[in-house]
Design a protein around this ligand. Structure first.
Ligand code: NAP
Length: 292
């Protein structure tokens, strides 16, 4: 079994991006600027946004964090999105999801200028992805594809089973891995909560991706010997024996499943850091696309 080390791979990407920034500085060019909007005090969201800001610092990007109280009205958020759309100093920005219930996430996503939508959630970018036109790929699926690529995992002709069909992970990943690209050319099965015989389907997978948000859902009897397993899940599980009172769990029962795999991602240190690396790649691209 080999560990698919997303942390190490993301560090490699960040070093490349840092070199690109230094090169731009030498040539008197603009430094990429990422802005992030965070609403409320959700611990998970705070951790993710802080990690994104830290990655910017590490690479040498400029970053701005804009925080709002949980009760912020939708109109205020929409107005801020418009301000960021118009701000020439900002190359790309994200609105950290999930948002409080009183805010329509789709409305906010659609308000973002697709040219600054470095999370790749805007319908224009999702459409470009389907047609394999250059744009911003959603960060998590793009990070998974990059992880497979940089670790020389063969995908062509492989049976890939994805558990979970969210708009930000499962669905876009199913499209990317089915495309006539490398990595790609998989035969993809996209499964969800209504799927029948999930265990049997998973058992036939050469590449199994779990993106559900249920700790330890994927057990050893669902995994073929020699499979590549990608664990996207990140759930905080209460654990009073730990100083911070919780630990982060993936969707895969790692201890039992890992010995059967050819490759497997850990949680943490697998898909999470790759998601951040993809966001950084998109931010540099946003600036370059403007010809700056
Ligand atoms: P989501 O919107 O929470 O949706 C969960 C998906 O799992 C749905 O499609 C649901 O099916 C499916 N599902 C739930 N129970 C199932 C079951 N028993 N059998 C089969 N499918 C089942 O998904 P998400 O936003 O992609 O998040 C999934 C997990 O990934 C979460 O833990 C999240 O925190 C994590 N995540 C991690 C990263 C990262 O960077 N590491 C990024 C994004 C998300 P239905 O559609 O039928 O309801």
């Amino acid at each position: 079994m080999h560990l698919l080390d997303g942390k190490a791979t993301s560090e490699e990407i960040k070093r490349e991006l840092a070199l690109a920034v230094q090169e731009r500085k030498r040539n008197g060019k603009k430094i990429p600027h990422l802005a992030a909007i965070l609403v409320g005090n959700d611990g998970g969201s705070l951790t993710y946004v802080n990690a994104k800001v830290k990655a910017c610092e590490q690479i040498g990007f400029e970053s701005t964090l804009i925080k709002y109280d949980e009760s912020v009205p939708e109109e205020i958020l929409l107005a801020k999105v418009q301000t960021l759309n118009d701000d020439k100093s900002v190359d790309g920005f994200i609105v950290q999801l999930p948002l409080p219930k009183h805010i329509d996430e789709l409305k906010i996503t659609q308000a973002i200028d697709p040219r600054k939508d470095v999370d790749g959630f805007h319908p224009v970018n999702l459409g470009n992805m389907i047609l394999n036109i250059s744009g911003f790929l959603p960060a998590t699926p793009a990070g998974i594809v990059e992880l497979l690529k940089r670790n020389n995992i063969e995908t062509e002709g492989k049976n890939c089973v994805i558990i979970g069909r969210s708009n930000i992970v499962g669905q876009p990943l199913s499209i990317l891995l089915a495309q006539n690209t490398n990595p790609g050319n998989c035969t993809v099965t996209l499964t969800h909560s209504k799927t029948k015989n999930l265990k049997g389907i998973c058992k036939a997978a050469d590449i199994l991706v779990a993106a559900i948000g249920r700790p330890g859902f994927v057990t050893e009897d669902m995994v073929k010997e020699g499979a590549v397993v990608i664990d996207v899940g990140t759930t905080r599980v209460i654990d009073d024996s730990r100083a911070r009172g919780w630990y982060l769990s993936g969707d895969v029962d790692f201890e039992k499943v890992a010995p059967k795999c050819s490759y497997i991602t850990p949680v943490p240190g697998g898909v999470g850091p790759m998601t951040i690396a993809s966001l950084m790649i998109n931010t540099l691209k946003a600036m370059e696309l403007k010809g700056k």
